[in-house]
Design a protein around this ligand. Structure first.
Ligand code: 3UK
Length: 537
């Protein structure tokens, strides 16, 4: 390992043992990185140095900011962290706030100073914050004043967290303005930990995934380079929080890596998102499948002619949603599967290579396979576990579950994402379900998302979730929770109609024997359906 620049070696000391790491591959010319690199110097300092200083980096409702101004603000914050808050390289810094220019500058400031970013979703409660702070032994926090209450509730149980700075507080804002706008970015090792991303996991204790400075740049040089091909004229926009690596990539790192700009807006319900796309002339959108469904319904009311590319991730994209959105917008969604453990997307497709119902191919830089229980490759058409490797991979912070994601034996070297997949004859990867969400009913394997897809193609269905429900006779039965569109009445007639619709569209034995109409579905802040909540009402 290359000499660390970290004085505080907590992260390095708590990496999984080397023999539990996945295999890392850097087979592309663009993945040949130097031994020393700081992702903030690549994303910011290098861009300014190469003449991008006066281009717009961030667009926001209260104004624009150039690369030069962003660099200055990140430097002020880095000075604040180091000079006023005593940050030492390797310390963990909690970042808390909605997506806005201050949040973006804070991420870059921590990278610059050689700290380790720990982003937290704005909606997290004191209990969850406490768990994260103690697990990552967080020492410093930069937090939006508006989210102060929950953090203050957590503090008494967070002995390591000693220095907290709230922004949009008059005193702090004045202090930041007084800090020097010059800061020499710390010369970190490419293998120094840059961020610890906690999984948005739907159950169990949160897992912290550790990513190096090199990983942040590798995520920019893989998915966007091959599937999006951004130019410096692109304007990125979207909904995932920067604390979710889907958002960190799509709404901060990718735009900067390509000299483009990002439109950061704090709250983007569907109408506000479409309004903001028009206002900022956004060209590339990052959001989740349910949002695309909502957008399609109201598309015609806005001027969205600037928008060129749309990325969907976080959950399977039902083909019904893809088609519905395409009819409304004329745009073919780019679906991509990513994971916090992998930092970003590893299977996807360029819009021209879309195949209905498939996630795509492993993107250049990554290898993917569908493996059976013995670690052998499944034949095309045979369902198995998705396994991937590439320039990034899973390194949990002090966690026994490392062995589950990166097993030994015949599967050694692979990251197992926990997804059941099929590869078709053309080598396309087709999502089935989370491995533990497969429904086994009367001996049949049924993937809930396939049934959801069939239900979604019915005009009355706004959203739905399908789970297995224990049943004496069949082991499990297929049970659906359905949110109806406005003006469609619930009732037995609707139930029958939906069941018949599913039977007409996919193998009849997969139809939901039970249907419950609900007003909304339980989702995480990142837009994922919480199936475990549907299983235990
Ligand atoms: C599921 C998908 C089908 C899949 C993420 C893009 O979602 C992200 O990270 P998480 O750690 O969850 C990972 C799991 O989510 N999933 C994600 N995308 C898809 N399933 N089709 C998809 N397109 O179960 C995966 O294992 O929250 C996504 C970029 C960065 C991310 N962290």
């Amino acid at each position: 390992m290359i000499a660390t620049a970290h004085v505080d070696t907590f992260a390095r000391d708590n990496l999984p043992p080397k023999d539990q790491w996945p295999e890392f591959k850097f087979d592309l010319p663009e993945l040949q990185y130097p031994e020393r690199m700081n992702c903030a110097s690549v994303l910011l300092d290098d861009m300014v140095r190469s003449g991008h200083g006066n281009r717009i980096a961030i667009r926001a409702p209260d104004g624009e900011c150039t690369y030069l101004q962003l660099q200055a603000q990140a430097s002020r914050l880095a000075n604040l962290l180091v000079r006023d808050m005593g940050l030492e390289p390797g310390n963990r810094v909690l970042l808390r706030g909605p997506n806005n220019p201050m949040m973006a500058a804070s991420w870059l400031a921590v990278f610059k100073a050689g700290g380790i970013c720990v982003g937290t979703m704005p909606l997290l409660r004191a209990k969850e914050l406490t768990e994260i702070v103690n697990k990552a032994q967080i020492t410093h926090a930069l937090c939006d004043k508006r989210l102060e209450a929950e953090l203050n509730l957590a503090l008494p149980n967070c002995p390591t967290l000693k220095r907290v700075c709230y922004w949009y507080d008059d005193e702090t804002d004045a202090l930041i303005q007084k800090c020097s706008a010059e800061f020499k970015t710390l010369d970190t090792s490419a293998e120094d930990v840059a961020l610890i991303a906690f999984t948005s996991g739907t159950t169990g204790k949160p897992k912290g995934t550790m990513h190096f400075h090199r990983d942040v740049i590798a995520m920019c040089d893989c998915f966007p380079r091959s599937c999006l091909k951004p130019t410096q004229d692109d304007v990125f926009i979207g909904t995932p929080p920067l604390a979710f690596t889907f958002g960190l990539g799509g709404l901060l790192c990718f735009p900067l890596r390509f000299g483009a700009s990002t439109a950061l807006v704090e709250r983007l319900p569907p109408e506000a998102l479409l309004e903001s796309i028009g206002r900022f002339k956004a060209t590339i959108l990052f959001t989740a499948p349910t949002m695309y469904r909502a957008l399609a319904g109201i598309w015609k009311n806005y001027d969205l002619s600037s928008l060129k590319k749309c990325v969907s991730a976080g959950e399977a994209l039902p083909d019904a949603t893809r088609q519905f959105f395409k009819q409304a917008s004329g745009i073919e969604i780019i679906d991509g599967i990513g994971a916090t453990e992998m930092i970003h997307i590893f299977i996807s497709h360029a819009p021209e290579h879309v195949k209905r119902g498939a996630t795509g191919h492993a993107i250049p830089g990554y290898t993917a396979a569908v493996l059976d229980e013995n670690g052998e490759r499944c034949a095309p058409g045979q369902i198995g576990r998705l396994a991937v490797k590439g320039p990034t991979g899973c390194r949990y912070l002090a966690d026994d579950r490392q062995r589950a994601y990166v097993p030994g034996g015949k599967m050694r070297g692979w990251n197992l994402t926990g997804d059941a997949y099929v590869m078709d004859m053309d080598g396309y990867f087709i999502y089935q379900a989370r491995t533990d969400d497969m429904i086994i009913s009367a001996g049949y394997n049924i993937a809930g998302p396939e049934v959801e897809g069939a239900l979604l193609s019915h005009p009355a269905v706004a959203e739905c979730g399908v789970v297995g429900k224990p049943d004496e006779e069949r082991g499990m039965i297929v049970s659906a929770f359905v949110v109806l569109r406005k003006n469609f009445p619930a009732g037995n007639e609707m139930k029958k109609d939906l069941q018949e619709h599913v039977k007409r569209n996919i193998a009849p034995y997969k139809y939901p024997r039970e249907i419950e109409f609900v007003a909304a579905l339980p989702r995480t802040e990142t837009g994922k359906l919480q199936r475990f909540k549907l299983r235990t009402p």
